[in-house]
Ligand binder design. Structure first.
Ligand SMILES: [Zn+2]
Length: 268
């Protein structure tokens, strides 16, 4: 039967037609569906369904109209996150912290959870009102995707800022900043999250922001645009490494970050 391959949006489960959680045998002879029962329960909690080889790659069964695009509510996302977060052990967090080169505490304040149905780490994303907007998923290999039904949002540490914040790209760079003792918000990408960041800063009395750009041209372009969008004094620093986490891994300290920031001017 060979290896089991996880289903995707492009190649959904042949049994339940969903794009996640289920797996299909590499040779296409069987599916392990996590949602639809059969008479054979598998060790991972799913059910075995024998497939004719021709089922794979066949067009979706005509089972009614295509699903409308629907978003999960903040409440549903919060419950999902809580279920995963409260079953995530300190040992799991410590393990990931060691592999990423950040502190376990930094991962916890960013809401890290083990999203077991996806076999991935999860970081909650928030909208401008600090409500749950979505959950970013990240495999141990560093592949990134988002929980289906969620939206993009920003990564927010559950720590009160003291008048200033750093803005970085992604949850692991926000964790790298928190590891050095900075308050930092994470953008979902090099050019998202401006509105949510501006709203957060207003609500928390932040007076000025330092935007740390990943050292590539989309990163620098996105950071420059953000400086003009937050509505506060801002300064831009291009990181001397691929990203902040790499800098921290290579020995970057709080003093080094502050020294580099100090040579950059505020834009107002
Ligand atoms: Zn399935």
């Amino acid at each position: 039967m060979g290896e089991w391959v996880r289903v995707t949006r492009g190649a959904p489960c042949p049994i339940c037609r969903k794009p996640d959680w289920c797996t299909v045998a590499g040779d296409g002879t069987a599916a392990c569906c996590m949602r639809t029962e059969s008479d054979r329960r598998m060790g991972n909690g799913g059910w075995l369904h024998r497939l004719g080889r021709d089922l794979l790659g066949a067009p979706a069964r005509a089972a009614g109209p295509p699903m409308a695009r629907r978003y999960l509510s903040a409440e549903a996302l919060g419950k999902t996150w809580a279920r995963w977060a409260y079953s995530t052990t300190d040992a799991q967090v410590d393990g990931l912290a060691g592999r990423l080169g950040v502190s376990a505490e930094a991962l916890r304040v960013l809401g890290l959870c083990w999203a077991w149905p996806h076999e991935a780490w999860g970081f909650p994303m928030f909208d401008g009102d600090e409500e749950f907007a979505g959950i970013r998923l990240r495999s141990d290999d560093g592949d990134k995707w988002a929980l289906r039904g969620g939206r993009q949002g920003i990564f927010i540490p559950q720590v009160e800022p003291q008048g200033e914040t750093l803005i970085v790209e992604g949850p692991t760079d926000a964790a790298a900043a928190a590891t050095l003792g900075f308050h930092a918000l994470g953008r979902p990408s090099c050019n998202g999250g401006a509105r949510e960041i501006a709203a957060y800063c207003r609500r928390h009395g932040i007076k000025r922001v330092s935007v740390l750009a990943d050292n590539d041209s989309p990163g620098i372009k996105g950071a420059r645009a953000l400086c003009g969008q937050v509505g506060l004094p801002a300064r831009l620093m291009v990181l001397p490494a691929k990203d902040l986490r790499e800098w921290v891994r290579n020995g970057g300290t709080r003093q080094a970050v502050e020294a580099c920031l100090a040579v950059h001017r505020w834009n107002v």
